[in-house]
Ligand binder design. Structure first.
Ligand SMILES: [Zn+2]
Length: 284
């Protein structure tokens, strides 16, 4: 009996927490976050099958979703309908060039990529990988993508460290130097950053603002979330069925939407714990 009461109370607390967090952020449209898009099975759930990704994009097209470029968010006065969304890809894997780009072109969907700036053309040694490693975009692929007006490129820092667990000096290097390096490669301003694991704190926000980024993307709604430097996104994973995808598209206006939120937060936390954050001692 006590267990049932405990369960019910935690469900209620979760719903209230989620509703407060979410309603605070309604001024932004739904921003989807993908990572790897792959043809072959691999361990973990932080990726999607190509066929699955294709189905999701087809659903958006068939149901008249309006996919907006990331720069739309710079317009403070705009209000968004539930059919307006933004699509982003973190980590900058090569599959974004090989698989995602042709699909997005076919559907006329703009999208944004946030590559890890010190990993162009390299394998994902920054991550905890069982089995085959995955290659990141090389510089030629990145430049080709950036020359397409449908594609926005932002920074995902230099090394994908948890910015909450590094010194201020490293924090600054990851945020500022990644912007400068990327600008040199692309020959244009880099206005956006997405924080690794969606993690930030007040110092991270301050450095990001001061270094000239116009906007920063996080992940799940967090404390102090919702300003232009902590814009939340919604992760889409291997375990997401078409019903989950629709639930997320409906901006959680369904009572059990909090469960989707919790699921995503758990996956994100586990990927952070698995990641080798001690690398900072080797890098710096
Ligand atoms: Zn990432």
């Amino acid at each position: 009996m006590i267990l049932i009461e405990f369960f019910l109370i935690s469900v209620i607390i979760n719903i209230i927490f989620w509703y407060r967090e979410y309603s605070r952020n309604r001024k932004y449209p739904l921003i989807l976050l993908f990572h790897q898009i792959e043809n072959n099975w691999r361990p973990g759930v932080g990726w999607n099958y190509l066929s699955q990704f294709n189905r999701f994009m087809k659903y958006l097209k068939d149901n008249n979703y309006n996919v907006l470029p990331l720069s739309t968010l710079l317009d403070n006065t705009k209000r968004y309908s539930r059919k307006e969304i933004i699509i982003t890809f973190d980590d900058g894997y090569e599959d974004v060039y090989k698989y995602v780009y042709p699909i997005m072109k076919k559907y006329d969907f703009p999208f944004a990529i946030f590559p890890i700036v010190d990993y162009f053309g390299k394998y994902n040694d920054w991550d905890f990988v069982i089995g085959e490693k995955t290659r990141h975009l090389d510089i030629e692929q990145l430049i080709e993508l950036s020359n397409d007006e449908f594609v926005t490129i932002g920074s995902h820092t230099l090394n994908h460290l948890d910015l909450n667990r590094v010194s201020k000096q490293i924090m600054r290097s990851e945020i500022v130097n990644s912007k400068e390096k990327l600008e040199k490669i692309l020959g244009r301003d880099v206005d956006y950053i997405s924080y690794p694991f969606g993690i930030y704190n007040d110092t991270v926000i301050k450095i990001t603002k001061d270094s000239g980024y116009k906007m920063a993307l996080g992940y799940y709604a967090r404390k102090n979330g919702g300003c232009r430097y902590t814009i939340p996104r919604t992760g889409i994973y291997l375990i997401d069925t078409m019903s989950d995808f629709k639930l997320k598209l409906n901006n959680y206006f369904i009572i059990f939407g909090w469960f989707e939120d919790l699921k995503g937060r758990t996956i994100n936390l586990l990927s952070n714990l698995a990641c080798n954050n001690k690398r900072k001692n080797e890098i710096y």
